[in-house]
Design a protein around this ligand. Structure first.
Ligand code: NAD
Length: 299
């Protein structure tokens, strides 16, 4: 494989995604403004670049995995002007979770310059990024998404085409709004059982084989000690931060305002996670929402 990938953003998700591309034989040139993260990536085979501009030169693919609308827009359009230096043969794949509005702005701005760009936000978390089992929810031109599979297939197991620019981001926030809702419901039900004398493992087993079965219960159980390898059994460390869930729920509410959709549970989930975050839990995994139902403060 002699293809070159420029990878921008080597954080929790970006770094393991980049490492999987190296394993698959791509040359990966990376940039992250946090020197320690960049250095850690270099130790795993990423070629160090002093700037995003340097990384994208001559790349076949530019992949970005960034925190917010503001960072994506500033990097590609407003401040670093990457769209001015990215070459015509390059395909831009933005994997960040951002608003559909921001994604459309990037993809349209790229098209105006004669460039090709898609959005490909992911589901599967840090574990999925490390295991190359992510799901990509792509929006943009169909043929660009087909071309993106050259790299996406080495970082994930599902590549979905959701529709035109913005559609992938919309699919992502619908999914995460539902995830937040069933995580809260699962935590609430488990605590009700425990408060009434049930063993959370026994209750989880029963609900998993009954009509309450869902992903939060069965693969990401929020009650400490029910499953060995979950954040709940590791003091809610690792995994998907409360702060990021708050961001996604905010994006879902923005979309609901825009389409005048009624999302009462999404709105409640946003409030509960927002309050949980304000109480100093923003760095914990989102399954720590379990602790809001504890009668005793969580230690
Ligand atoms: P993170 O904060 O760990 O990583 C983002 C990285 O972007 C940081 O290392 C930061 O230094 C870097 N960055 C900031 N400005 C930059 C710039 N100008 N150029 C290059 N790099 C820059 O966040 P993360 O957990 O890796 O999440 C990244 C994206 O993936 C977010 O949009 C998030 O919502 C989404 N996501 C995260 C998860 C998860 O479980 N963590 C799951 C699904 C989706």
């Amino acid at each position: 494989m002699d293809k070159i990938v420029a990878f921008l953003g080597l954080g929790h998700m970006g770094a393991p995604m980049a490492f999987n591309l190296i394993k698959a034989g791509f040359t990966v040139r990376g940039f992250d403004p946090v020197e320690t993260l960049l250095q850690a990536a270099v130790e795993q085979g990423v070629e160090k670049c002093a700037s995003a501009k340097e990384a994208v030169k001559g790349a076949d693919f530019v992949i970005s995995m960034l925190p917010s609308d503001a960072v994506v827009e500033s990097l590609y359009i407003d401040k670093d002007h990457l769209l001015e230096v990215i070459e015509k043969q390059t395909l831009i794949i933005d994997c960040s979770t951002v608003s559909a509005r921001s994604s459309k702005r990037l993809i349209n701005a790229a098209q105006i310059k004669g460039l090709h760009a898609i959005e490909a936000p992911v589901s599967g978390g840090v574990k999925g990024a490390a295991a190359a089992t992510l799901s990509f929810m792509c929006g943009g031109e169909h043929e660009d998404v087909e071309r993106a599979k050259t790299v996406l297939q080495h970082m994930g197991t599902n590549v979905f085409f959701a529709g035109p620019a913005g559609a992938g981001q919309t699919a992502k926030i619908c999914n995460n709004m539902l995830l937040a809702i069933h995580m809260i419901g699962t935590a609430e039900a488990l605590q009700l059982g425990v408060d009434n004398g049930l063993d959370p493992k026994v209750l989880s087993e029963i609900m998993s084989k009954s009509s309450g079965a869902n992903w939060s219960l069965q693969t990401y159980n929020p009650y400490p000690g029910v499953m060995e390898s979950t954040p709940a059994s590791n003091h809610y460390r690792g995994g998907f931060k409360v702060a990021l869930m708050c961001k996604d729920l905010g994006l879902a509410q923005q979309a609901a305002d825009h389409s005048r959709s009624y999302t009462p549970l999404g709105s409640l989930a946003r409030n509960l996670f927002g309050l949980h975050s304000l109480k100093g839990n923003e760095e914990l995994d989102f399954s720590s929402i379990q602790t809001i139902f504890n009668k005793e403060p969580y230690k």
